[in-house]
Design a protein around this ligand. Structure first.
Ligand SMILES: Cc1cc2nc3c(=O)[nH]c(=O)nc-3n(C[C@H](O)[C@H](O)[C@H](O)COP(=O)(O)OP(=O)(O)OC[C@H]3O[C@@H](n4cnc5c(N)ncnc54)[C@H](O)[C@@H]3O)c2cc1C
Length: 402
């Protein structure tokens, strides 16, 4: 007779892996499945992520943060928001956030993943390099068919978590609808070096065509995310390195350009389609969604993975409760998780979309308002403090307690 796992997780990205580690620490038996074998090899361009203070504290509590930092991390000590067309600006610094040493940390995703996966207990089941073709719910929980290198396996668990990314198979198979839209934008990413370096500063530069983000990397380079229309994306990818750097320099405007200095070298460029996709429900009986499978948002505010790590923290907190431990089949588990994640997801995705809308409009009143808005936030300590706390993931910390 097949073993019945407590929890089966489809998707061993950062969110699925963090969940697997955290739940196995709580004593649950876990099966973690992924279509790909994990790779911790360097890529060009690197897949880079900014994690905020709240995520740092959570990963520290899991015992993996120091390992991530040892691989090298850029520290975001300052954030400079600019709108070159209207000379409006807002600056934030980590000292405004109490005793936090930084507003955020920029890491390579492979280092985050490796630090988590090295702590998987040897008794945890991991099955990589295959695909789930089917699953169904029954009285014992969920039964799933996974076809991989070792042929077809039928796996049984009390709970199934879909952490399988934006185009989640689990979500679609469960018939959970999404709302959202394609942004009709792609994110051009690359590592890029400038003459004066980054001085631990992240830059957000708002243009009507789409924002440009420059995050400080451990090696002194910036990690670029430039949001543009797909046609322009193709043109930018087709430019020579020199041509690309000059175009970017022009787009950043004179003040910012002079501040960081001329770009001197750039790695490979790649582009990602950008979309908003939120699951209409994060739960369907014994099937739960987490990470990008539940919510994919625009990367401009650097909040997608931070939001996913809060899914992990909340789900682990629910499964820590005595009433949940006694019976993993209780519908209240999924309901409580979904309810506790709703507000945070709406707030973060709504804020991100709001910022994108406000800065992409060419209407005169909106252009005036956003210029005023940035300058007001710069001078209004209360608003700025609130914004800092949300961006740092500290405003949501109380959401982690039941
Ligand atoms: C350009 C860009 C920049 C970003 N910058 C930031 C940032 O600075 N800060 C931040 O917080 N967020 C950022 N994000 C968002 C962040 O990258 C995502 O939120 C995060 O990586 C999602 O992790 P995940 O584990 O949920 O999904 P994924 O990383 O997509 O992992 C899903 C896993 O599921 C597996 N899988 C998929 N389908 C199946 C299947 N059928 N069967 C088995 N396995 C399957 C995949 O192989 C993969 O391993 C950015 C996103 C982009 C595009």
């Amino acid at each position: 007779m097949n073993k019945t796992y407590d929890v089966m997780i489809v998707g061993a990205g950062v969110i699925g892996s963090a969940l697997a580690l955290a739940l196995s620490k709580q004593g649950y038996s876990i099966a973690l499945l992924d279509a790909q074998n994990p790779s911790f090899a360097a890529t060009n361009p690197e897949r880079v992520i900014a994690l905020n203070e709240g995520s740092k504290r959570y990963l520290d509590s899991l015992g993996v943060w120091q390992d991530m930092m040892q691989q090298g991390a850029g520290w975001i000590k300052h954030v400079a928001v600019r709108e070159p067309a209207h000379m409006s600006a807002m600056d934030m610094t980590h000292t405004e956030l109490g005793n936090a040493p930084a507003l955020g940390y920029v890491l390579e995703i492979r280092h985050v993943l490796e630090a988590i996966q090295q702590y998987f207990p040897s008794h945890m089941t991991t099955i990589y390099g295959g695909h789930c073709s089917d699953f169904s719910q029954n009285e014992q929980g969920v039964s799933l068919r996974f076809t991989g290198d070792e042929g077809e396996q039928n796996l049984q668990a009390r709970l199934l978590i879909g952490a399988d990314g934006t185009h989640s198979f689990v979500r679609q198979q469960a018939g959970i609808q999404t709302y959202g839209w394609n942004h009709n934008r792609v994110g051009i990413v690359a590592s890029i070096q400038s003459q004066h370096g980054h001085a631990d500063t992240a830059y957000e530069c708002f243009k009507e065509d789409g924002p440009i983000a420059l995050l400080p990397l451990a090696n002194g380079y910036f990690s670029l995310v430039w949001s543009v229309a797909p046609k322009m994306g193709v043109e930018l990818l087709g430019l020579s390195d020199e041509g690309f750097m000059q175009t970017l320099q022009r787009e950043l405007g004179q003040e910012l350009s002079q501040h960081i200095g001329a770009f001197v070298s750039i790695g490979k460029r790649a582009s990602f389609p950008l979309e908003l996709r939120i699951a209409k429900s994060f739960v369907q009986d014994r099937i739960l969604l987490a990470g990008n499978a539940a919510h994919t948002i625009h990367p401009i505010a650097g909040q997608g993975m931070n939001l996913g790590l809060r899914d992990v923290a909340v789900l682990c907190d629910v499964l820590q409760q005595d009433w949940a431990k006694q019976d993993l089949l209780k519908p209240l588990i999924g309901q409580t998780y979904a309810e506790r994640r709703r507000l945070d997801t709406i707030a973060v995705s709504g804020f991100t979309e709001g910022v994108l809308q406000a800065f992409s409009s060419s209407l005169l009143p909106q252009r005036w308002l956003r210029g005023q808005g940035l300058n007001t936030m710069q001078s209004h300590l209360g608003i700025k403090q609130w914004l800092l706390k949300q961006a740092a993931g500290l405003g949501q910390q109380k959401g982690l307690k039941s």
